[in-house]
Design a protein around this ligand. Structure first.
Ligand code: KG4
Ligand code: ZN
Length: 362
């Protein structure tokens, strides 16, 4: 029997992505991973505008799917199913992907595989990349996974490798803002373009992270995070240093740090976020006796995070190639492949009742 192939679709936020993935036991091989980013469309609003996102997904999704099929050298008839992000995310944006996936799966009479976006980020660990396969082995188990995105900051313990049930256990998460949100909101105060994480990363490389201090968003000896106070602390520090942060509610024109001062603000803010992620992840390793650690999600693209985890964490560090850190359909395809193999899908008339959900439960 030939290896299974899936079309995967991701439209939960501002990336319109489609991928064709192939079973490569025990891993999943992306044959294509096309990502159309809407960043330019949302930039002038300083963040994602949900209605603009949905409308653009409607325009872009079919060209993106077509390109993913062509790049993979695969036709609709070669597919064994269609996987799609069903939750969590912007409801209008999700609905575009889910409706398209339903239509394709129904027309082909193939499995429709709904995937949780967070499970997708975790499954980015199981993707083969450019001929090489994940370095994960049983020696790395149990594995602590730090999932850091624009909407979530969570620590998991993974007890098994696919195709087994991963036995994922949530160890702790953020009580308020996510780490990516802390980057994005900080960047907005500093007048940097959306999304802020990458811009802060670049400026921070030239800055001094000890130029002054911001609080470390820590909550003692537990595995929870709290990042919401950090933007207030940044706002206050900017004011104390004589700047006028670029808050929309302000009637005064912004007066923002530039040059070396801006680089320093970015380095200090970044250090504060990464320190919290690093310390809590290290604590999770100690509390669980984990034998390795992995970081997934958009913030795992951060160069300081990757360097600290590579050089300072107490167990081997598994990272994901940058292409699979921020939102992409290949990771949804990986999660979808294991669901397909486990029989967790809908087919025929029963798939018509499937819908999208903005929350992460269920
Ligand atoms: O996983 P992702 O693409 O989307 C969500 O599921 O939310 O993560 C997006 C987040 C944004 O907050 C973005 O600022 C952040 O990832 N990000 C970064 C970097 N690249 C993206 N944060 C810090 N440093 C980066 N290099
Ligand atoms: Zn994501």
């Amino acid at each position: 029997m030939s290896n299974k192939k899936l079309l995967a679709i991701e439209t939960s936020c501002d990336e319109c992505s489609a991928s064709v993935v192939e079973q490569a036991d025990p891993w999943v091989k992306p044959l294509s991973n096309v990502i159309f980013s809407q960043i330019e469309l949302h930039r002038r609003f300083g963040g994602v505008v949900p209605e603009v996102a949905s409308r653009n997904h409607l325009d872009m999704l079919f060209p993106v799917i077509e390109e993913a099929l062509i790049k993979a050298g695969v036709g609709f008839k070669d597919l064994d199913g269609v996987a799609v992000t069903q939750r969590p995310g912007l409801i209008g944006a999700l609905l575009v992907g889910v409706s398209a996936a339903k239509a394709i799966a129904y027309a082909l009479d193939k499995p429709f595989i709904p995937v949780n976006h967070l499970e997708g980020h975790v499954s980015s660990l199981f993707l083969a990349h450019q001929g090489s396969f994940p370095a994960l082995t049983r020696e790395h188990l149990p594995l602590v996974i730090c999932l850091v995105s624009g909407g979530h900051t969570q620590l998991y313990l993974m007890k098994e490798l696919p195709p087994q049930n991963l036995g994922l256990k949530l160890l702790g998460e953020s009580r308020d803002d996510a780490a990516g949100e802390a980057f994005d909101k900080g960047a907005k105060l500093l007048g940097l373009p959306y999304p802020g994480g990458r811009a802060i990363d670049e400026h921070a490389k030239k800055g001094n992270s000890k130029a002054f201090a911001l609080p470390r968003p820590m909550l003692g000896d537990n595995l929870e995070f709290s990042f919401s106070g950090l933007k207030t602390a940044l706002f206050t520090e900017l004011k104390n240093q004589g700047y006028e942060p670029s808050a929309r509610i302000s009637t005064k024109p912004a007066k923002l740090p530039t040059g070396k001062a801006l680089d320093d603000f970015c380095a200090v803010l970044q250090e504060s976020i990464i320190e919290a992620l690093f310390r809590k992840t290290q604590l999770a390793i100690q509390k669980t006796g984990a034998r390795a650690v992995a970081v997934v999600g958009g913030v795992s693209a951060n160069s300081r995070l990757r360097s600290r985890f590579t050089h300072e964490i107490s167990v081997p560090f598994i990272s994901v190639p940058l292409e699979f850190c921020t939102d992409n359909a290949a990771m949804i395809g990986a999660a979808g492949m294991y669901r397909l193999l486990n029989g967790s899908f809908l087919q025929g008339p029963q798939l018509l009742s499937a819908t999208a959900y903005s929350n992460s439960e269920g």
